[in-house]
Unconditional design. Structure first.
Length: 323
């Protein structure tokens, strides 16, 4: 079967053996895939957790149909329309754990469904399960114009946040954040953005920051968070190392929590998917939680899809369809 594989000379479309489901695995006939930032690093040969390197089939988010079941797989049957996350998505067939997928709503096509699994799981965990957002609170999403950032703002709004603030360093994308739940959009490259947040919160700061940037904004985040507030670190687009004001962190008694799927057990991942299904799936089916598709590429043009992502001018998701 055809797959997008990282090899000694870089990533390219290659022929590989079709996988076979074992245990709780589901065999998926992939119809569409969503691109994610982690994919760009793996395409350059970087590891993502335990995954990566020569021979890796790339991709981590897909939508398609159940084509086969391992002996212990439950909850779906052959022919069901599903969407989910996991490795080796950029291929005609992939494998997924039965607890790491969602049923694709009947009112969504495969391209739309492929945009959702990573964003839903990542940001439900960050905003609700770890961030503990409560009705009436103020929330700031750093890096809000990414697909997961747009989803984070929508989830915060759905859970009753009274004030949602999103950041983007791009003027065009910043101007569109209000379409996806933001009351205020700030430019995190402007040193005055903290003043804007404090003004909007009567000088107190926000209850919760979900931070996809980190690095250079770490101390500004501390200044923009209220006493006893929370910062959930889900990314490092601003760099992996930076100065950190430990005194301000202690003075404001901020809970600073790091999250990633790279070190989670499959049991932990299943729990997150279960909570999404229990709590917010009705909003997904009602299309209250959805992401814009910036551009769709055919599988043969997957390199162009990555070039488009690396240009960093898109809003929302880039999708690749499988033949």
């Amino acid at each position: 079967m055809k797959a997008y594989v990282y090899g000694p000379d870089g990533a390219k479309i290659s022929d590989v053996a079709q996988p076979k489901p074992e245990g709780t695995q589901v065999l998926v006939r992939v119809r569409a895939c969503g691109l994610n930032r982690a994919d760009t690093g793996m395409r350059r040969g970087h590891a993502h957790g335990a995954a990566g390197g020569v021979g890796t089939v790339l991709g981590m988010e897909w939508a398609g149909e159940v084509a086969g079941l391992g002996p212990d797989a439950k909850g779906v049957k052959v022919g069901d329309r599903i969407m989910g996350s996991g490795g080796a998505a950029f291929a005609k067939y992939t494998l997924a754990d039965h607890g790491r997928l969602f049923r694709a709503p009947s009112n969504m096509n495969f391209e739309e469904a492929a945009t959702l699994p990573v964003a839903l799981a990542t940001m439900y965990n960050a905003v609700v399960m770890v961030g503990g957002v409560q009705p009436g609170q103020a929330v700031l999403i750093q890096g809000a114009s990414s697909g997961v950032g747009l989803m984070a703002m929508q989830i915060a709004r759905l859970k009753g946040a009274r004030l949602v603030i999103g950041s983007s360093t791009d003027a065009y994308r910043r101007g569109r954040l209000t379409e996806y739940g933001a009351d205020l959009a700030v430019d995190s490259s402007d040193p005055k953005w903290v003043d804007e947040v404090l003004k909007a919160t009567n000088g107190e700061g926000v209850d919760l920051i979900v931070d996809q940037v980190s690095g250079k904004v770490a101390n500004q985040n501390l200044a923009a968070t209220k006493v006893l507030g929370r910062i959930v670190n889900v990314g490092r687009l601003g760099g992996t190392h930076a100065d950190f004001n430990f005194d301000l962190h202690a003075a404001r008694r901020i809970s600073y929590i790091g999250v990633t799927f790279r070190t989670r057990s499959i049991e932990e991942v299943r729990e997150i998917f279960d909570e999404v299904r229990k709590d917010i799936w009705g909003a997904v089916e009602a299309r209250k939680l959805q992401l814009p598709i910036d551009k769709v590429y055919g599988f043969d043009d997957i390199d162009k899809a990555f070039e488009h992502m690396e240009a960093n001018k898109h809003l929302g998701k880039i999708v690749v369809t499988m033949p």
